[in-house]
Design a binder for this molecule. Structure first.
Ligand code: G3P
Ligand code: CA
Length: 262
């Protein structure tokens, strides 16, 4: 991926480092978040799963197979067991040209470790994954956000955004704190379509929506422009696609390749 032409980002456009800087480092590792921060991402994006003993960790899949040397469901393992796993070598094997020695042996981070590492030096864009299987994750997330003082001035400062495909999960968060900005995620099979009534309903609890990039159309972007909702397509990985997303009305993008926005 490389771009000849520089993109001009609209004011207040959000560059969201998808799973950290996951195009350059093993996703959902402290190293991937550091790289996202260093590359100037406005937010680090992270997905949450719950361990067998109820600890929130950062991982996209509900199984270990793709991004660690473990097998099976995350929820079948305690944190202590998960900490034994190597969450970096898969990246080196899959991407030999980007491989780095220090990626081998990286651990799965807990959400608490991430907050301890970065505190209020980054903004967090956090997804509650599979909330119907991961019961209680919203309360646990809320407790940690409170413990690490990340909800102070959240309405104006937006240091934390919470996203989910589950409306129910977002309502649980909204009930805990009405000021936390929420993003309702969608994955459309074809073109993105939501009625104005649906958009009105979303506006009552969320500040924006996230849609798969392939579903984004100019018509849909125009419709969203007439609301106060943010529009964050995922996952937009080339400069050309990022420019096109902006043209269609995106107010931010989830990207694995933060350098493409520069
Ligand atoms: O959270 C936005 C985007 O990340 C949703 O897709 O599957 O990468 O979590 P996924
Ligand atoms: Ca996500």
């Amino acid at each position: 991926f490389s771009s000849a032409k520089k993109i001009t980002l609209p004011e207040e456009f959000m560059v969201i480092g998808h799973r950290g800087a996951s195009g350059y480092a093993p996703e959902h590792t402290i190293e991937a978040y550091h790289q996202a921060k260093e590359l100037g991402a406005d937010y680090i994006e992270l997905d949450l799963q719950l361990t067998k003993d109820g600890v929130l960790i950062a991982m996209h899949d509900d199984t270990l197979d793709r991004t660690t040397n473990g097998i099976g469901l995350v929820s079948d393992y305690t944190l202590e067991q998960l900490k034994e796993l190597d969450a970096g070598s898969w990246f080196n094997q899959k991407n030999p040209k980007k491989a780095k020695e220090n990626y081998a042996g990286l651990q799965i981070p807990t959400l608490e470790e991430i907050f301890q590492e970065f505190g209020n030096t980054v903004n967090y864009y956090i997804e509650t994954k599979s909330p119907s299987e991961n019961k209680g994750m919203e309360q646990e997330l809320f407790s940690l956000l409170t413990k690490y003082d990340l909800l102070e001035d959240v309405a104006t400062h937006q240091q934390v955004i919470i996203q989910s495909f589950s409306e129910e999960s977002l309502h649980l968060i909204h009930d805990l704190n009405k000021d936390i900005p929420l993003i309702q995620l969608y994955n459309f099979d074809k073109s993105a379509v939501l009625s104005n009534n649906q958009l009105d309903a979303i506006s009552k609890y969320a500040v924006g929506i996230g849609v798969n990039y392939a579903s984004l159309t100019s018509n849909f972007g125009d419709q969203i422009r007439h609301t106060s909702l943010l529009l964050h397509p995922y996952t937009v990985n080339t400069a050309k696609e990022i420019a096109s997303a902006i043209e269609m009305g995106a107010t931010g993008v989830f990207t694995d390749y933060i350098k493409e926005t520069r």
